[in-house]
Write a protein that binds this ligand. Structure first.
Ligand code: NDP
Length: 452
């Protein structure tokens, strides 16, 4: 038998592709996976994981300040960017190795290079030709950089993890997850951080009260937030700095300009035309609820399909695909009530509908919210305030949304998401005994409806 004949060829070694390849191989399929950069994908190599490490790094600054009130004599005088990057890179190398081991232990053939389609059953990888019964495209996304004069002087989230030195000042452009998270990281490590967003409030799509609350908090912490503003051009100065011109004609010279203006599906090199695969208006691969494209033997999962661009969603899609197609266990990925967090400082945790979405889709909506200073900060001089909100379908009493800005929001929201996924009512939340003293208990004790 020709050794380059497979049951499944997976294109892309990120979260979705790796999960699908492993599970399909576990179901007995002969699987090859192709990756052009490093196994682990955006999340592990240049996304969620290194980003979270940088968020931890950035938060120490505030923690050292807070510790004074608790008796510690701490003095922070410098931050060693190179040490952080070195340690972070070592951990990313380790995780990259783990991903490769997981694949080889599952019997998946690991290949390197940029894959493209020759036809619906043939993949080209360098000078190799792979024949396959099925193809899964999990090639992810890539940063979108708008075409403005001097954009070549800006970096994207691909480069920010490898800056040689800590910028003294940075302009971060965008109002989504990545922009808000990196503005907070820069601010926390002592880089002057200017966050520029073209709309009236950051984090479009999140609950409006959450957006307002976070904006207030990040400004209090020192981020220079400029709303209804965009960048019109970037020029390189003689000293190698970046001169940024804004839409209000003001100008700033900074060390670094980071564009976090969204991500686009990564399909350019794939030659999808050769298999007549249909794309959507944003260049995403169109799929049905089983992740199948318009071509019967070709599937796609993860960011390249532009459904919900989150790692656990891609792994869910990849796993459901492998079980359905190779495991004789047909099942669908469930895209409802997917929780997420923005690792801003303070972080956001969110699941279900925002108040605005609930009011659009439900006849009667009640909301409950609470803003307070957490116990820890009753001793410190930290003025940070925490905000929590529940959205309830008043006709059924079902809790349809929960949102929070405050410490440990991601950890807290994971548990709340289980309750919401299980269909918990406000009465169930009320009947649950709080853990005292904790921040999370507030979700069980909010009793007074917000005024309309
Ligand atoms: P987002 O889509 O979240 O945000 C993009 C931002 O850039 C928006 O504020 C958008 O504005 C703005 N923008 C788009 N085009 C322009 C332009 N031409 N000029 C100025 N601003 C522009 O993308 P991100 O890049 O932040 O993240 C991509 C995805 O990755 C996220 O949606 C998320 O799914 C995932 N992610 C998740 C994380 C997590 O779970 N913590 C962390 C990081 C990423 P507007 O709102 O006006 O369109």
């Amino acid at each position: 038998m020709n050794e380059n004949v497979y049951d499944l060829v997976v294109i892309g070694g990120g979260s979705g592709g790796v999960r699908a390849a492993r599970i399909a191989a576990g179901h007995g399929a002969k699987v090859a996976i192709c990756e052009e950069f490093r196994y682990g994908g955006t999340c592990v190599i240049r996304g969620c994981v290194p980003k979270k490490m940088m968020v931890y790094a950035a938060h120490y600054h505030e923690d050292f300040d807070d510790s004074q009130a608790y008796g510690w004599n701490t003095k922070v005088d410098s931050f060693d960017w190179a040490r952080l990057i070195r340690n972070k890179d070592a951990e990313i190398d380790r995780l990259n190795g783990i991903y490769e081991n997981l694949l080889s232990n599952a019997g998946v053939e690991i290949l390197y290079g940029t894959a493209s389609l020759i036809d619906a059953n043939t993949v080209r990888l360098g000078d190799q030709t792979l024949s396959t019964d099925k193809i899964l495209i999990a090639s992810g996304g890539t940063p979108f950089m708008p075409e403005i004069p001097g954009i070549e002087h800006a970096i994207s989230s691909n480069e920010v993890f490898h800056l040689e030195s800590q910028p003294k000042s940075a302009v971060v452009v965008g109002g989504g997850y990545i922009a808000v998270e990196f503005a907070g990281i820069f601010n926390g490590i002592g880089t002057e951080s200017i966050l520029v967003y073209r709309g009236p409030q950051i984090l479009r799509g999140f609950d409006n009260d959450i957006r307002e609350h976070l904006a207030k908090e990040i400004v209090k912490k020192g981020i220079d937030l400029r709303l209804d503003t965009n960048v019109t051009k970037i020029e390189l100065t003689e000293s190698g700095h970046k001169q940024v011109t804004f839409t209000d004609d003001s100008v700033r010279v900074v060390d670094c300009v980071l564009f976090a203006t969204g991500r686009v599906p990564n399909t350019e090199a794939l030659n999808l035309n050769n298999a007549n695969i249909e794309l959507g208006s944003k260049g995403q691969i169109k799929v049905d609820e089983t992740s199948k494209t318009n071509i019967d033997n070709i599937y796609a999962v993860g960011d390249v399909t532009d459904r919900i661009a989150l790692t656990p969603v891609a792994t869910m899609e990849g796993h459901a695909f492998a079980d359905t197609v190779f495991g004789n266990n047909p099942r669908l990925a469930d895209h409802t009530n997917v929780p997420s967090a923005v690792f801003s400082q303070p972080p956001i945790g969110s699941v279900g509908l925002s108040e605005e979405q609930a009011r659009e889709s439900l006849a009667n909506v009640d909301t409950y919210s609470s803003e307070f200073k957490i116990l820890k900060h009753t001793l410190t001089e930290n003025t940070e305030r925490t905000f929590m909100k529940l959205i309830v379908d008043a006709d059924t009493d079902r809790v349809v949304g929960a949102h929070m800005v405050g410490p440990d929001a991601a950890e807290i929201m994971q548990g709340i998401a289980i309750a919401i996924k299980a269909g918990a009512t406000k009465a169930d939340f009320n009947a649950t005994v709080g853990i005292h003293p904790s921040t999370a208990e507030e979700f069980c004790t909010m009793r007074t409806k917000d005024a309309d």
